[in-house]
Design a binder for this molecule. Sequence first.
Ligand code: HEC
Length: 131
Amino acid sequence: MALRGPTNSSNVSAALILGLATVGGPAAGQAQQHDDRSAAGLGRAVALNVCTSCHVVTPDQEFPPIFDGPPKPPTFSEIANRPAVTDESLRRFITTTHSSVTMPVRMPNPELMDDQVRNVVSYILSLKKKP
Ligand code: HEC
């Protein structure tokens, strides 16, 4: 099913803006004191704030994604376990926009700061299943 009407699509941007505000704001540092301080742990916290409106970041996230495509956003575990995925490919994808006039519902640029990109990438790569 496509976007479920104007209410849901504005929820997507509202959630995104809210997420970015939370991550960027002064409260973020305080909240993170209780989190895992590793890059992957910090990245997980960023992703839970910014990416869950479209992606399954972790199976036990508080809310399921409200946008289910098309195109369907893959779960972070699916992304991590694609054979071609690398630090570089993830970084490139996350720092650019993919939506266009013809495909407006593709992924927007989440506008993360550099260290947030690094941390989110290390979180995603941490989900790669060991052989
Ligand atoms: C507004 C919805 C939306 C948000 C928010 C969102 N994504 Fe996506 N994402 C998508 C969609 C849709 C796709 C499917 C492919 C596309 O659009 O190009 C996708 C695909 C991806 C891919 C996969 C690329 C591939 O290999 O196919 C990565 C990596 C990704 N997103 C990371 C993130 C991260 C990290 C965040 C949070 C910082 C995030 N996304 C937030 C919609 C979103």
